[in-house]
Design a protein around this ligand. Structure first.
Ligand code: DAH
Length: 319
């Protein structure tokens, strides 16, 4: 029954049905001819026409059922060539963060986390940034709607996690935190309103600036290579005293170059006191580095916006 097999949709099947079962169909015609047949042949011929009719009806019903069941299987036509889906891969920011954290883990730091929506205590007050300080200006922060009367904002720095670690963990402690921070900057090749930092904090008895420098040098050697160098330039941050900017000399496209990576210093005694740690007994160092700075220099990416546009043609190059 090739004709029936060729009826690949309900419309074609219906015209097949009309051709055989319609009022001018072939079965009707056979019936008409039966009238003219010799009388003694009529019963036998009648029987054959009837068998034919029953057989055709069964075939029609089978074909109808087959068509209905395939039309329910949307998208299951296995004769289609199909499309090859590209596999995803780690985003360059994620793989950079993973690599940095791996090194600090080996150096005995544990990894901690904090919320991106923060209160003013953790983002400012406890970090020695008092009310009225310019860093608390509404235009320099993403403040959120009041939460039960309490102001909240998107954290501007991962230093918030230093405070949370000191509030909740026992001493001595050695932690790193990585994550997003937010600042209302106008987007250009080097600024974006969201970026990532890695924060480190070590609190113990007798921790000194020498421990800070050793830690940063060990990190630079492990992450960038044995020839990498670290430079600290005097600076100011409200939560460290003394404070310094950190530069690291990295190998970029065949050349060693100094890159500014962030800030560091000895935790200010007033920060320790704010979280109930006795600054006479404990001292600490802290640092905060920019993840994009590292990732962009490492991969030769000249525009920070490319990192967040999620254009597969850009992301495909890393992995
Ligand atoms: N939080 C600072 C910033 O975002 C960076 C920083 C400086 C972090 C000094 C520190 C530090 O832990 O000790 O600009």
């Amino acid at each position: 029954m090739d004709e029936l097999a060729a009826a690949t949709d309900s419309e074609k099947l219906e015209s097949w049905r009309i051709r055989y079962f319609g009022s001018n169909g072939q079965l009707k015609e056979l019936m008409n001819r039966l009238k003219d047949a010799p009388r003694e042949q009529k019963p036998a011929l009648g029987k054959r026409v009837n068998e034919l009719k029953v057989g055709l009806e069964a075939k029609l019903a089978d074909r109808k059922e087959a068509l209905e069941s395939t039309s329910n299987q949307v998208g299951m036509d296995l004769t289609e060539p199909g499309t090859v889906q590209g596999l995803g891969r780690r985003h360059p920011i994620s793989s950079t963060m993973d690599g940095i954290v791996d090194v600090f883990r080996l150096m005995g730091f544990s990894v901690v986390d904090g919320p991106e929506v923060e209160d003013e205590w953790h983002n400012f007050t406890a970090l020695n940034i008092p009310e009225g300080h310019p860093a608390r200006e509404r235009t320099d922060n993403f403040f959120m709607p009041l939460d039960g009367g309490v102001p909240r904002l998107l954290r501007t720095q991962t230093s918030t996690v230093q405070i949370r670690a000191m509030e909740t963990m026992s001493l001595p402690l050695k932690v790193v935190a990585v994550g997003r921070v937010y600042r209302p900057d106008t987007h250009d090749a080097t600024h974006y309103s969201m970026f990532h930092q890695i924060e480190g904090l070590s609190i113990d008895r007798g921790v000194s600036m020498a421990d800070l420098k050793t830690t940063l040098i060990q990190f630079a050697h492990a992450y960038f290579g044995e020839e990498a160098e670290v430079r600290m330039r005097p600076s100011f941050f409200p939560f460290t005293e003394p404070s310094a900017e950190v530069d690291m000399k990295m190998h970029i496209k065949g050349q060693w170059q100094w890159v500014e990576l962030g800030g560091c210093g000895m935790v200010d005694p007033s920060v320790l006191a704010a979280v109930g740690i006795d600054p006479e007994e404990w001292t600490g160092f802290a640092f905060g580095l920019g993840v994009e700075r590292i990732a962009m220099r490492k991969h030769g990416i000249s525009d920070i916006r490319w990192l967040f546009e999620n254009d597969a043609r850009f992301l495909r190059q890393f992995g």
